[in-house]
Design a protein around this ligand. Structure first.
Ligand SMILES: [Mg+2]
Length: 428
């Protein structure tokens, strides 16, 4: 052992703390309803035996029930299974409270999903004992201030990738450190497919490169992984695995806002689907205004019930006005549905592009008469007032172009695993 690694082994350090909440949705349900604690619980999106679990409590996991398990099958494995309808707004509410609690101890650098976050440690927190005690304080804080059912597994490691791997090694309530000088160490206990980035399609490609075990993956050189992944993703993976610095993603500037929805059978007729499209667009427009952007490009995509996808798009002068955007959508809808020969619609997606910040002076305005500009501003203010009313009095209190009850049930804010909905969206 060289002098440097001997001294770093005496004072082992880690750079990242990765926190993964255990059985998140199910734990929130158990927190809210003590009758569910200690019991096998599956969280479901709809009340039906043909649906799949979107989360399972620790107790249900002992029966092999996990995210994606069919509920009929889950009941066969565990007749006492309790199913609970997902309450996504509560999960988001808890998410924000949990972030706040973690940040009482240390700033969160990346929110990776609704139940995962990462902190890049500062020099005083890098020594292993300091990082470990920070992790313990966070765990205790979650139990004391968020709820006794809210537990997490924390990984400590030289980079974010390995910290996430470490957080997966012990569940529930885990705390695992992977030290640079001990690598590969406990990594060798894992299967290739346990690693984030090695999915069903990647595994056979690694096999083709002669890599079947973690030891072989560890021994592989960077060029081999480059070849296996077919590009720089492989190089990044190699750096990540070996504890090197990885490019930790900076949140990209937002370039699109979109919503899509798979329609329930009763909403698949073209008129009902048209209302759904409008609703999705208005929801996107509210977000656009809240984020203080204007959009200059709209894309509409429609998948018909037993057939292909049809799409149309339009560019227009940047706007955040629901009425202007509604007109654009109405035209796109006519185009798409005539291509689709007005068949029944299975899925609708509306996306706004070419986003510019409100503060960016827009070209056309230089040439627009003052009266017209004032009228435009008035209309945008009207849209903002509608947003405020909907925030105050609940989603669909005021809408443009359809009666609120037509589609009250369809546009529930869904959990996006890559994007946490803002609290406001539940009212939009
Ligand atoms: Mg989790």
């Amino acid at each position: 052992m060289s002098a440097t690694s001997a001294s770093s082994a005496q004072f082992p350090c880690v750079d990242w703390l990765f926190l993964d909440l255990n059985s998140y949705f199910a734990s929130v349900e158990q927190q809210l309803n003590p009758a569910l604690r200690g019991k096998p619980v599956a969280v479901v999106p709809v009340d039906s035996d043909t649906t799949c679990a979107i989360a399972a409590s620790h107790e249900a996991k002992k029966y092999g029930i996990k995210t994606g398990t069919n509920i009929g099958e889950a009941r066969r494995r565990c007749p006492d299974l309790i199913t609970v309808m997902a309450g996504h707004d509560m999960y988001v509410e808890f998410h924000h409270e949990i972030i706040k609690e973690v940040e009482r101890h240390f700033p969160v650098q990346d929110i990776c999903s609704i139940d995962e976050m990462a902190c890049k440690l500062d020099p005083p927190r890098r020594p292993l004992d300091a990082a470990t005690s920070l992790a313990k304080r966070i765990k205790q804080g979650l139990r004391d201030r968020i709820g006794e059912c809210i537990t997490c597994s924390i990984g400590l490691a030289p980079n974010r990738f390995l910290a996430k791997v470490a957080s997966d090694m012990q569940k529930p309530d885990g705390l695992v450190a992977l030290l640079p000088e001990e690598l590969p160490g406990r990594l060798l206990e894992m299967e290739l497919s346990d690693l984030c980035g090695i999915g069903r399609r990647m595994e056979p490609r690694l096999h083709a490169c002669g890599i079947r075990t973690m030891a072989e993956l560890w021994a592989a050189d960077r060029e081999t992984l480059h070849r296996a992944w077919g590009g720089v993703v492989g190089d990044r993976f190699w750096h990540g695995l070996h504890g090197g610095p990885t490019e930790e993603e900076v949140p990209p500037t937002r370039r699109t806002i979109g919503h899509s929805h798979v329609l329930a059978p009763e909403l698949r007729t073209p008129p009902a689907a048209g209302v759904v499209a409008r609703r999705l667009m208005l929801k996107a427009a509210s977000r656009l205004r809240r984020m203080k952007y204007h959009a200059g490009h709209m894309h509409l995509s429609v998948r018909v019930e037993h057939g292909p996808r049809f799409e149309a798009q339009a560019r227009f002068e940047e706007s955040a006005d629901s009425i202007v955007l509604s007109r654009v959508l109405a035209e796109l809808w006519q185009q798409v549905m005539s291509q689709a020969r007005w068949q029944r619609v299975k899925k609708v997606s509306v996306t706004l592009f070419n986003l510019v910040a409100d503060s960016t002076p827009r070209q056309l305005e230089l040439f627009t008469p003052a009266a017209e500009l004032a009228a435009k501003e008035q209309r945008e203010n009207l849209s903002r007032i509608l947003d405020d009313i909907n925030q105050l009095h609940g989603r669909d209190s005021v809408v443009i172009g359809f009666t609120p009850d037509t589609v009250r049930t369809f546009s529930g804010t869904k959990i996006a695993f890559t994007r946490i909905p803002d609290r406001e969206e539940f009212q939009e």
